[in-house]
Design a protein around this ligand. Structure first.
Ligand SMILES: Cc1cc2nc3c(=O)[nH]c(=O)nc-3n(C[C@H](O)[C@H](O)[C@H](O)COP(=O)(O)OP(=O)(O)OC[C@H]3O[C@@H](n4cnc5c(N)ncnc54)[C@H](O)[C@@H]3O)c2cc1C
Length: 400
C-alpha cells in the first residue's frame, strides 16, 4: 500500500524530502505558507555532500548547469593584502571537495522540479500551525491532514517543532548578514578575477564576493547586530564603501530589496517523536561558518527517505535516522560556531593561526568533515559532473 507524507515548508529541506520520498513510491503533499515557492535573492554555496544528495534526487543538472565554480578562495585585509588563499578542485575533477554556488532561486527551482516530476503535490498559501506525533498536521484554516509521516521543514521559526515540544535551545548570535545579488557589468563575470571567490576583512566587518553565473554575483555583508550602520537596511552604502573602498562600484549597484538576518543556532531535544520529524533549520539551524546549513539539511532529507525504504516501520526508521545522522550534523553545527569567531579575530592573529600546523591539519580536517558526508541511499552513486567541464560553455558535453 502506498504510504503518505505531509510536509510543512517548501524550502530546500522540505522539497528535497518530498522529492526523495516520492521517488521511493510515497505520495507526498507539501504545505507552503507563501503564495508561491520562492527563495529570496542571494547566492548559496553547495559542497560535495550537497551535490551528491541533489544528484541522487536528479536536481543537480538543473541546479548547476550554467554555474562557474570558483577555482580559488582568497581572503584579504582592508589593504587588499592576502590573509589566505585556498584552491578548489575543478568541477570535472575526480577527487577532492568541490564547491558550487548558484542563486537560491535556481537551486530551489531545481529541487522543486525534481519533486513535481515525481508527483509531489505542493499546496501554496497553506500555513501549518501544529503537528501531532500520531501523524497529523493542522493548517491555519482549521484543516487536519493525516499521514504515515509528518515532517516539519518550516525553517528556524518552526511551528511544527515547537508544537511537538522538540526545541531544546535557540540562540541568536552577535553577527548577522545582508545578502544580495548584483548584476555583472562589462563581462566582469567572465574575467579571471570575476570568477574568484573572495572576502575582505575590516575590523568586525566582512564582505564576501561569490561568483554565481556570468550574469550575477552574490555579495554578503556581515557585521555585528550592535553595529547600527552594518546591520541597517537599506544598506548603509557610504559606511560599507568606507570600509571597503575598492568595492565601491559594486556596492553602488546594490538594489533596494534587502534584509538583515541574525545568525541563529537551533538545538532540538530530538529530531522525531512518534510519526513526526523535523529537518533543516527547523531542527538544526547553524551559523554560516561552513556554508553547510542547507547542505546538511538536504543530506538528512535524502537519508531519512532511504531509512524509510530500509524499514516499513516509520518509528524505527526515524530512530535509526536520528541515531546515525545527528552526530554528523552536530559536528557541522559545532564547527560552524567555532569557525565563525575564528574569522573574527584580528588580521595579524589570523594570518599566524592559519599558518600553524594545528590549523592547517586538524582544524581543516574538522571543518571539511561535513563535505565528505555520503547521505544514506547515495552510497553507490557515481560522482556527479557538470555536463560542460569546468562550467566552460565551449567545452564538449561529458559522455555520461
Ligand atoms: C547569512 C547566511 C548564509 C548562508 N549560506 C549558506 C550556504 O552558502 N550554504 C548552505 O548550505 N547554507 C547556508 N545557509 C543556511 C541555509 O540558508 C539554511 O540552512 C537553509 O535555508 C535551510 O533550509 P530549510 O528548507 O530548512 O528552511 P528555509 O529555507 O527557511 O525554508 C522554510 C520554508 O518553510 C516555509 N514555512 C515557514 N513556516 C511555515 C509554516 N508554518 N507553514 C508552511 N510553510 C512554512 C517558508 O516559507 C519556507 O519556504 C546560510 C544561512 C545564513 C543565515
Amino acid at each position: 500500500m502506498t504510504r503518505h507524507a505531509e510536509i510543512a515548508g517548501a524550502g530546500f529541506s522540505g522539497l528535497t524530502m518530498a522529492a526523495a520520498l516520492a521517488q521511493r513510491g510515497w505520495s507526498v503533499r507539501v504545505h507552503e505558507r507563501s503564495p508561491e515557492v520562492r527563495a529570496f535573492g542571494a547566492g548559496i554555496w553547495t559542497w560535495e555532500n550537497g551535490v551528491r544528495a541533489l544528484a541522487n534526487i536528479r536536481a543537480a543538472d538543473d541546479a548547476f548547469a550554467d554555474c562557474n565554480p570558483p577555482p580559488r578562495y582568497l581572503e584579504r585585509d582592508a589593504e587588499q593584502r592576502i590573509i589566505r588563499s585556498l584552491p578548489f578542485p575543478p568541477p570535472h575533477s575526480d577527487s577532492g571537495v568541490r564547491m558550487f554556488c548558484v542563486t537560491r532561486q535556481r537551486l530551489l527551482m531545481a529541487i522543486h522540479g525534481a519533486a513535481t516530476r515525481a508527483g509531489v503535490d505542493v499546496a501554496t498559501g497553506s500555513e501549518v500551525v501544529s503537528a501531532r506525533p500520531e501523524g497529523e498536521l493542522e493548517t491555519a484554516d482549521g484543516k487536519t491532514f493525516r499521514a504515515d509521516l509528518v515532517v516539519g521543514a518550516d525553517g528556524v521559526n518552526s511551528k511544527v517543532r515547537d508544537s511537538l515540544g522538540l526545541l531544546r535551545s535557540r540562540r541568536t548570535h552577535a553577527d548577522g548578514a545582508i545578502r544580495v545579488l548584483v548584476p555583472h557589468e562589462g563581462g566582469y563575470g567572465d574575467t579571471e578575477e570575476g570568477k574568484l571567490l573572495r572576502s575582505w576583512w575590516n575590523g568586525r566587518r566582512r564582505l564576501l564576493y561569490t561568483p554565481c553565473t556570468s550574469d550575477v554575483f552574490y555579495l554578503c555583508f556581515t557585521g555585528r547586530v550592535r553595529d547600527g550602520q552594518a546591520s541597517r537596511v537599506p544598506l548603509h552604502k557610504e559606511s560599507w564603501i568606507r570600509h571597503f573602498p575598492f568595492m565601491e562600484s559594486m556596492i553602488d549597484r546594490v538594489g533596494d530589496e534587502q534584509r538583515y538576518d541574525v545568525f541563529e543556532t537551533v538545538e532540538s531535544r530530538h529530531w522525531r517523536v512518534g510519526r513526526a520529524a523535523v529537518i533543516g533549520d527547523a531542527g538544526h539551524a547553524m551559523v554560516p561558518g561552513l556554508g553547510q546549513g542547507c547542505g546538511m539539511a538536504i543530506c538528512n532529507a535524502l537519508s531519512l527517505a532511504s531509512h524509510l525504504v530500509d524499514h516499513r516501520d516509520v518509528e524505527r526508521a526515524l530512530t535509526e535516522w536520528e541515531t546515525r545522522w545527528r552526530p554528523v550534523t552536530e559536528h557541522a553545527q559545532l564547527w560552524s560556531r567555532i569557525s565563525w569567531p575564528l574569522t573574527q579575530i584580528p588580521v595579524g592573529a589570523a594570518r599566524w593561526a592559519f599558518k600553524t600546523p594545528v590549523f592547517h591539519d586538524w582544524v581543516a580536517i574538522q571543518r571539511r568533515k561535513p563535505s565528505h558526508v555520503v547521505p544514506h541511499g547515495s552510497e553507490n552513486d557515481a560522482r556527479w559532473f557538470p555536463r560542460n567541464a569546468a562550467g566552460d560553455p565551449s567545452a564538449p558535453p561529458r559522455a555520461d
